[in-house]
Design a protein around this ligand. Structure first.
Ligand code: HEC
Length: 278
């Protein structure tokens, strides 16, 4: 049997285990459970590390081998109730915080790498370059064994410092039906591409600035500049760290702006008007 078939069978077994054997002591579905990497390391201390090979590691653009645990096994060991509608957020040292639906990890294709098995690894990790400085993906790096997955949907966060499991409560930033079709399309794009780095009303990632509270970015930028910036930040600001979105159409960009525009009157501090400029 090939290694990948073997892994697939283990994954299928874990998947069944996840649903059949949750104990009464499992986490309450509505509470957010947050686990630091240190607490995950100690919870997993008596579990044997397994090895995984990934075909196209986006950090090194090549195949790499790691030692760690299938994420579903980690969640199971932490007694997380694997409710299929729950979400997982990976918080990273630099504020990057992608979220994925838990159902994506139940097949065993998500793997929490705890050390690299590459020949140049030092102290467990292979060096990498970030913002001109040498660093490493540790203490934990999420890798995927699925071939050709879309990076938007299957993020590879590194330098993970904590993992949170929660049922999604983002009412404060959702575009309801009355906001119109264009704004809800914009919400979909924002949730998939932007929320991991930007918060709205305090909800979301912290790698980039908050875009809504107390003033909405649409109040102090013109739409033309915003569209150009979102498509290619470096065209407006040299050294911008935000990645380009050159595959977004004009219509996509307009819908993102319609969504942000809709939220102007749904800022959490709009009633008392904390934004100094009306
Ligand atoms: C990988 C993280 C990341 C992603 C993903 C990201 N941004 Fe950003 N964004 C940043 C950072 C960092 C800045 C701060 C300026 C800079 O360095 O580019 C920023 C700045 C901005 C600004 C300017 C804010 C201001 O007040 O000056 C806007 C607007 C913006 N981003 C919108 C978006 C939108 C819309 C998306 C999704 C299509 C998005 N960003 C995706 C990281 C990100």
């Amino acid at each position: 049997m090939t290694e990948s078939r073997y892994l697939r069978i283990i994954a299928a077994f874990l998947y069944v285990l996840a649903f059949c054997c949750s104990t009464a002591s499992a986490q309450d579905l509505n509470t957010t459970a947050r686990f630091s990497i240190e607490s995950i390391q100690s919870a997993m201390a008596s579990t044997k590390l397994s090895k995984v090979t990934v075909k196209n590691d986006p950090i090194y653009n090549d195949a790499r081998m790691y030692e760690g645990y299938p994420l579903v096994l980690v969640l199971k060991t932490l007694a997380v109730h694997l409710q299929p509608t729950a979400w997982i957020r990976f918080s990273c040292r630099d504020g990057y915080a992608p979220e994925i639906p838990i159902k994506k990890v139940l097949d065993g294709s998500a793997f929490l790498a705890m050390r690299s098995l590459h020949k140049t690894a030092e102290h467990g990790w292979e060096p990498m370059w970030k913002d001109g400085k040498q660093t490493s993906p540790g203490p934990a790096y999420l890798v995927w064994t699925l071939p050709d997955e879309k990076p938007e949907e299957f993020p590879w966060p590194y330098q993970i410092v904590s993992i949170e499991v929660f049922s999604r409560q983002r009412e404060s930033i959702m575009a309801p039906r009355e906001a119109g079709e264009i704004a809800s399309k914009g919400f979909g794009i924002f949730a998939a591409r932007c929320l991991k780095c930007h918060s709205l009303n305090g909800y979301g990632g912290e790698m980039g600035p908050e875009l809504l509270d107390p003033c909405s970015v649409t109040q102090y930028w013109t739409s033309e500049f915003l569209q150009a910036y979102i498509r290619k930040p470096q065209s407006i600001r040299a050294k911008a760290r935000m990645p380009s979105n050159e595959d977004l159409s004009d219509g996509d960009l307009r819908s993102v702006l319609a969504y942000l525009g809709y939220l102007v009157n749904h800022r959490k501090n709009s009633a008392s008007d904390h934004c100094p400029v009306p």
